[in-house]
Design a protein around this ligand. Structure first.
Ligand SMILES: [Zn+2]
Length: 130
């Protein structure tokens, strides 16, 4: 039909766009994910959703911190998807700093509204220090 589609990643424009690349391999996504996980005191960032989830499962020091990390991973995927769409429809790439700040705000907002009374005082202190 004469419609040309560009299959490259709209953010970096280098690699083909697919789920693995967009969310876990693109330099933009990796930098965002690394910054957010570092903010939560997770020092390494694994590639791929399953590897990342297993790694958080093994390394989180408490169930609460594990749940916060899972919330952050969901927020990273959501915000990278939004950034991808902003690239396509508005021809702008949101800065990594803005994306990280938006993710941090969303994680804090979501978790604050779901904190149970069973969370330890050390975990509460950790969360409120974020
Ligand atoms: Zn890319």
């Amino acid at each position: 039909m004469g419609i040309a589609t560009d299959c490259s990643c709209p953010i970096c424009g280098i690699q083909p766009e697919n789920v693995a690349h967009l969310f876990f391999e693109c330099t933009y996504s990796v930098e965002c994910g690394t910054a957010v996980l570092k903010w939560l005191s997770f020092s390494h960032c694994k590639s791929g959703l399953n590897a990342l989830l297993r790694w958080v499962q093994r390394t989180a020091s408490s169930d609460f911190r594990r749940r916060v990390a899972y919330t952050a991973i969901a927020a990273i995927v959501y915000h990278v998807w939004k950034a991808r769409n902003t690239c396509i429809w508005q021809l702008q790439v949101p800065s990594i700093q803005k994306l990280v700040k938006d993710i941090q705000g969303d994680v804090k907002y979501r978790v604050q509204h779901l904190i149970s009374k069973k969370v330890s005082s050390s975990d509460l202190l950790w969360f409120h220090s974020l």
